[in-house]
Design a binder for this molecule. Structure first.
Ligand SMILES: [Zn+2]
Length: 315
């Protein structure tokens, strides 16, 4: 009896040691992510739609913002996470490349409003992203634009890259509705990063909340539960500080997202990442700023300075 008990204890200890090292104990670089609860209400993705009613991105915990329309959207677009992703969480260290994700594009124009005079989010994000790229170049960085103005990777190209690099992908949602959406762009960003590491990915978006036009300001989102959670939080903190200094009177909200209420571009990314909802298209004052060259200049300068400060602390 005693011998059997010792044997059981030895086997149990060995199993415990194995599982600790496999799941990232002892400072290993790889990290395995847990399966998120697909029954919960929130991962929010942006609806690929031509309408002016983009889901209110990330407003679920904002007490001042009505949430009734958002809940329905979240349920419709709920997306289970990957069962397991293993990647080098330190690949970003030392890189001077900055991946800029200009939100939406091509068949997915993003949001608009009566205040944007027929212009859509995808055009604004691309113009601001281009300005940010210039400023980063001036600071000695190599900006990499995740999308261009007239081309994007095909399903076949993404599939081939994913296979070549041994990455995880979900074929069932790859190019759903023929849209290069949050999932595809995150996957493509990871491909770019695995081929030649980037220091970080910054996603630029314009927010919209037609049911509450008074809501304005910037919102920042980052993940708190993937392998790059810690540097993502630091990056976001630098951006928050610089934007607060540049625009002291503007509302600024920052949220660390767990999987169940996070965006794909902050969660499935394999590098430090931040989602910047620059301003609200549905607020008249914010909408005016989005076209204001002086505002764009100041805003992208703050972002570039924040990125510069963040990278300086990491390399
Ligand atoms: Zn957007």
């Amino acid at each position: 009896m005693k011998k059997a008990l010792y044997l059981i204890l030895i086997v149990a200890a060995a199993l415990l040691l194995f599982s600790c090292s496999f799941f990232g104990g002892g400072g290993t670089e790889a990290r395995t992510e847990a399966v998120p609860d697909s029954t919960s209400t929130s991962p929010v993705t942006e609806a690929p739609t031509m309408e002016a009613t983009e889901p209110p991105e990330g407003t679920e915990t904002e007490t001042e913002v009505p949430t009734e329309t958002e809940t329905a959207t979240a349920e419709e677009t709920a997306l289970p996470g990957p069962p397991e992703i293993t990647y080098d969480v330190n690949a970003h260290l030392g890189s001077k490349r900055v991946l800029i994700d200009a939100g939406h594009g091509f068949a997915d124009p993003g949001c608009t409003s009566d205040y944007l005079n027929g212009v859509y989010e995808s055009q604004i994000t691309y113009e601001v992203a281009t300005l940010l790229a210039q400023k980063l170049t001036e600071k000695g960085y190599e900006p990499v634009m995740l999308r261009g103005t007239d081309s994007f990777p095909s399903v076949a190209e993404i599939r081939a890259a994913v296979a070549e690099l041994g990455m995880f992908s979900r074929d069932d949602i790859l190019y759903e509705n023929n849209i290069f959406d949050a999932y595809e762009r995150t996957l493509w960003g990871n491909v770019i990063h695995r081929r030649n590491p980037v220091a970080l990915m910054i996603s630029l978006h314009v927010n919209a909340l037609p049911t509450a036009e008074y809501v304005r300001g910037t919102e920042l989102y980052y993940t708190v539960d993937n392998g790059c959670a810690e540097p993502s939080a630091k990056l976001t903190a630098f951006i928050e500080t610089k934007l607060k200094t540049a625009f002291p009177d503007t509302r600024l909200r920052t949220e660390g997202c767990v999987w169940n209420d996070s965006y794909i571009v902050t969660k499935w990314t394999e590098m430090p990442s931040v989602l910047v909802e620059m301003a609200y298209a549905t607020n008249p004052e914010d909408a005016e700023l989005l076209f204001d060259d002086a505002w764009r200049d100041k805003y992208t300068s703050a972002l570039a300075e924040a990125i510069d400060s963040y990278i300086a602390t990491r390399s």
